[in-house]
Write a protein that binds this ligand. Sequence first.
Ligand code: THU
Length: 275
Amino acid sequence: MKAETLLATARAARLRAYAPYSRFLVGAALLTEEGAIITGANTENASHSMAVCAERVAMLTAVHAGYHCIKSIAVVADCSPPPTPCGACRQVLWELGGNLEVIMGNLNEEIKIRPLLDLLPQPFGAQKWAENPAGQELTHSEEMWRVPVPFHPVGYIANTFYQAESIPKNYKELLSQVVIDPEMEEGLYRLEEEEKISIITYLHQARSYVLKEKRSGRGNEVYGVFACRAPLRPNSIAQTTVELIDRKSNVLTVRGADLLNGTPVLDLKTVLPLQ
Ligand code: THU
């Protein structure tokens, strides 16, 4: 993965900073050996010393999500030169990630890349948690299915539907684009042979759900959320079958998506005819 891609993710994560006191927004994105990206942003507190930096939010999230090997971390803030992790973060990154690559960027595309040991020479302690069997034990527990599963969008929907209420009634005839991350373009190889494809998305604007209620799409009768296609559901995941009109490198044109502009795409699949 290119440094720019990780930086772009850190830039997006920065927008989730909670920094009402310093107004200095910082975003971080970690890349794991498996290719997963975990993000963080600085999170402040009225009791100022309780602020947690973006890098630590990302690293602790990654450890908790079960990632053992971190390859790089990108950090972004609106300053020049780009931000360098504070001393406390360098210590935490070293303990949990070893000599990872630190990519530092800002909003003007200035980049500095250094191995962590350049920023933290002669570090204290190096006991990596992955080597600790206690850290691994839970992986085999039957209860692991309850731990939230991290997803990483592979692209987004582009159209002119900006709000759920304004999706036109004739959306089935209307075109949208599916823009896939250029780094994943190879994964689209031969997709154009399909007439219909299935798009799996995360309905990022959807919030609360109810398990059972009257469903307008089902004649206003009561159905369970797993017995209908309502957009308000526990994981806000949608599956939409669309007609594939065209593919130009990483951009697909599809017909029939009732998805909002900017909806993150989690996956694309072919559609099997019913047997
Ligand atoms: N901050 C980070 O998130 N990362 C750094 O590397 C340096 C500082 C945050 C902490 C605090 O919320 C704000 O920036 C101002 O210090």
